[in-house]
Design a protein around this ligand. Structure first.
Ligand SMILES: [Cu+2]
Length: 158
């Protein structure tokens, strides 16, 4: 019984990291993101967010990555636009946070990094994943009291 359990554990762990498994999964996905409503071009994704009853559009895309390697930084860029399509910042005190976890294995990413406001764009340069596989990414929007105001969630496989 015991060797069988160990074998099952090893196979379970290998399933996540196997390059062959990754190839099979990649072929079954059209494009990088799974929810159809997020797709808009190769790398640019759009989502409507609501802050203080104001509808804003959040554009988000990877400047670097995503790569599932513990020593590799990935860079995510966010741009907020108002109803006229003009680039805008979040209201004072509001902030973006990144989070990701691996649903199949139940663990978070290695480093969620932090968004810096660069001339009205938000960039997070230190997102690190500890392994390749399936990830559920989240962009969270908090107000000045750290209440969750809105969030964008998408599944990715890399
Ligand atoms: Cu994992």
């Amino acid at each position: 019984m015991k060797p069988l359990v160990s074998l099952a554990m090893i196979m379970f762990l290998m399933a996540c990291e196997s390059p062959r498994n990754e190839r099979v999964r990649k072929e079954s996905h059209e494009g990088k993101l799974t929810p159809a409503d997020l797709g808009s071009g190769e790398n640019l994704n759009l989502k409507t967010i609501t802050i203080d009853e104001q509808q804003l559009t959040l554009e988000f895309f990877w400047l670097k990555g995503p790569v599932g390697h513990i020593e590799q930084n990935n860079e995510l860029l966010l741009i907020v636009r108002n109803r006229l399509g003009e680039q805008t910042s979040l209201p004072d005190g509001y902030s973006f946070e990144f989070y990701s976890h691996m649903p199949s294995m139940g663990h978070p990413l290695e480093n969620a990094g932090q968004f810096e406001n660069l001339f009205g764009s938000y960039i997070n340069k230190t997102i690190r994943y500890n392994m390749p596989g399936d990830w559920t990414n989240e962009i969270l929007i908090f107000d000045e009291s750290f209440n969750l105001i809105d969030q964008v969630v998408w599944n990715d496989f890399f």
